[in-house]
Design a protein around this ligand. Structure first.
Ligand SMILES: C[S@@+](CC[C@H](N)C(=O)[O-])C[C@H]1O[C@@H](n2cnc3c(N)ncnc32)[C@H](O)[C@@H]1O
Length: 454
């Protein structure tokens, strides 16, 4: 599973870019124009691409410099010293395992296994299996990654569960899907989940299948039985090696930070979301805690399917369909893709117009920016039902109204932008704070009348 930006297969961070914008604005309005252009092209702070694409991409990479599958060395291969008083792992039976084996288990803090990362001697090239069977009170987690990633693994947080507001059901043509049990209002959280399996991108892209597959199989055996069962119950769309297929069908690309930070994360509960090009649910994996959170972006009625977008929703129908087919192997017949030909033509034209208008607004040198253009952008998003990607548009509209010297509408859209940013990227997103500041004091904001005064 993967989700794409509107124009680039790289990892980017919109908050980071907005911060650049803000400081750049103070220094040079011309510089701002350039950064605006690139920033407003993005629809999502977290850029995801499918394992399937990665596997296809692997063919382009030069044959691996990796070592062969290594027999267990006499001592642990990875830098276990980094974790101080890490126990040997002899007592790693989890609360779940004990429950599963029928023994009564009082789930108190004392009886739960400690949550610590342990190295194993199973490695391929620089990538080793690391396990944490005590993670999240015995739910467990496993990673195939490099030793320098260990401090980042230790920062991963257990999710705080939310009451289930959906059930799983067969959806014609899609396999299982998530169906709302109740009315859900915009902003309602549907799922929170920590990764079950975390795999370094380099492992999937450079280690040959003959070495990769045994290590993947081995990694899964380190999950406590209930989580292992949940992992193996996931859909595999492509066939072939079971674990690799599950990862190719159900992984989110995640950036743990730094040059070595690119990983794929698997979340067995989240894996049941089907795709829709106009989804009613947005997702994010925020911060070093790596908790995956999904939030409803428009009101949902009981019985409605909950869906996320695997793709860049701003691309044309043709392009979206190609990508769905290439990366996940299905013909996209979502509500937007199955419109009639005339409606599709109008939809594609609106998407093209969104790109053009955002280009104009993002170029500080451009003329013709007025309230009518800003109203047009908002209407285009509404007509296209881009509820899951509206935060960037509202942010741009709020800043633009302020640059035009309209404090009332700058405040209105800054508030809308802040709400949308929180829904799409979480309350900790930098843009949420930036929009709060704009809403509180538009005339003191450095964008005030910036277009009028030129
Ligand atoms: C992450 S899984 C989603 C859950 C899956 N339906 C299941 O039964 O577990 C992704 C797979 O679901 C199917 N799928 C998801 N969205 C779909 C859609 N809009 N149309 C058809 N198939 C879809 C495809 O087979 C895709 O490879």
């Amino acid at each position: 599973m993967g989700h794409e930006t509107r124009n680039s297969p790289t990892y980017l961070d919109l908050d980071h870019n907005l911060n650049i914008i803000l400081s750049a604005m103070l220094r040079s309005l011309e510089y701002l124009a350039e950064i605006f252009k690139s920033t407003m092209r993005l629809s999502h702070p977290l850029l995801l691409a499918s394992c399937a694409s990665a596997i296809q991409h692997r063919a382009l990479l030069k044959p691996a410099d990796s070592c062969l599958w290594r027999p267990p060395p006499p001592r642990l291969a990875c830098a276990i010293d980094e974790w101080g008083d890490n126990p040997s792992g002899a007592n790693t039976t989890t609360a779940f395992q004990k429950k599963a084996s029928g023994r009564s288990q009082q789930r108190t803090h004392e009886t739960l296994p400690p949550s610590k990362w342990e190295a194993t001697h199973h490695c391929a090239g620089p990538y080793c299996i690391f396990t944490n069977p005590g993670f999240a009170h015995g739910r467990g987690m496993v990673a195939i990654t490099t030793s320098p990633t260990l401090p980042k693994l230790r920062a991963i947080e257990p999710s705080r569960p939310v009451p289930a507001s959906y059930h799983l059901s067969l959806v014609p043509g899609k396999g299982l899907g998530m169906i709302a049990n109740q009315t859900l209002s915009r902003g309602a959280v549907v799922t929170t989940e920590s990764p079950a399996v975390l795999i370094h991108r380099g492992f999937l892209e450079t280690i040959p299948a003959a070495e990769q597959h045994p290590l993947l199989d081995q990694a899964i055996t380190h999950l406590p039985p209930p989580l292992r069962a949940a992992f193996l119950a996931q859909m595999g769309h492509f066939g072939g090696h079971r674990v690799a297929d599950i990862l190719a069908t159900n992984s989110f690309q995640m950036d743990l930070g730094g040059a070595d930070g690119h990983h794929y994360g698997n979340f067995p509960a989240v894996s049941r979301f089907n795709h829709d090009c106009r989804p009613n649910v947005a997702f994010r994996v925020a911060g070093g805690g790596l908790v995956h959170t999904t939030t409803v972006v428009r009101d949902v009625a009981p019985g409605e399917e909950l869906a996320i977008s695997y793709l860049d929703s701003f691309e044309s129908r043709e392009r979206r369909r190609q990508r769905a087919k290439m990366a996940w192997g299905f013909e996209c017949a979502c509500s937007q893709c199955s419109l009639g030909e005339e409606a599709v033509r109008r939809s594609d034209a609106r998407l093209e117009e969104i790109r053009r208008v955002e280009g104009v607004l993002g170029d500080f040198q451009s003329t013709g920016v007025d309230a009518a253009l800003l109203r047009k952008l908002v209407k285009l998003y509404r007509d296209e039902r881009l509820d899951a990607g509206v935060a960037g548009a509202y942010t741009l509209v709020a800043l633009s109204y302020n640059m035009l010297g309209d404090a009332r509408l700058a405040v209105k859209y800054a508030k809308l932008a802040r709400e949308a940013v929180i829904i799409e990227r979480g309350p900790e997103a930098g843009d949420a704070e930036a929009m709060r500041e704009l809403a509180e004091a538009p005339k003191e904001h450095f964008t005030w009348k910036a277009r009028v005064q030129r």
